[in-house]
Design a protein around this ligand. Sequence first.
Ligand code: SAM
Length: 211
Amino acid sequence: MTGGASPWDDDYRRRGNLWGGAPPPLPDLPAGAAVLEVGCGNGKTLAALLRQSSRVTAVDISPRAVALARRHPGTAAISPGVADARHLPFRKGTFDAVFLIHIIGHLPEPGRRAAVSEVCRVLRPGGAAFFRGFSVEDMRAGKGDETEPQTFRRGDGIITHYFTEDETEDLFAPLDPVFLRTHRWQMRVRGRDLPRAEIEAVFKKEVGGFR
Ligand SMILES: C[S@@+](CC[C@H](N)C(=O)[O-])C[C@H]1O[C@@H](n2cnc3c(N)ncnc32)[C@H](O)[C@@H]1O
């Protein structure tokens, strides 16, 4: 960590909105669905979620990110807040859908497990978790200092874990997989096409189960 609350907070303070462009494709959600985004950053995905449901909540560990997310129209009513994915400040069974868009991969292994356990707790039976995280096939895997297997720290102090499909399924094992695939595309850098890849997955909480 450097001067601020976390390397993330330092980065948002230095560079403002870190995430722009189009949000990831989102599923159709029932208009009244209770939705949580964990790790909302400056609100790119959050703004799109707000167009789908009037009951959206969002958290991020960086106070600066939360302040940036609050600038989106519609967020005043929902008060995105500062919270750690590993200790979510919500009651059991609060949400119909939880979005984890490139957040879990920024936690070390015990943190990833704690965050998924929290997601399972706050989902209602029948609710779904929507996950995205970079794949081991991504061009950035292997860059930086390896802090744990397939987890790399870059110069800004931020760690990124690169997932396999099997490990993603294992991580979310308390939930039932509905959909899991590797999304691959090319990014052109200085005349060369480089491989980008992320794991996309949807998991459901069993209805009537004890998990
Ligand atoms: C790559 S950004 C994700 C941006 C956002 N989900 C989107 O779709 O634009 C990762 C975010 O996770 C947040 N984050 C990192 N560790 C966290 C934690 N333990 N709890 C909550 N948020 C965390 C960071 O502050 C950062 O805003």
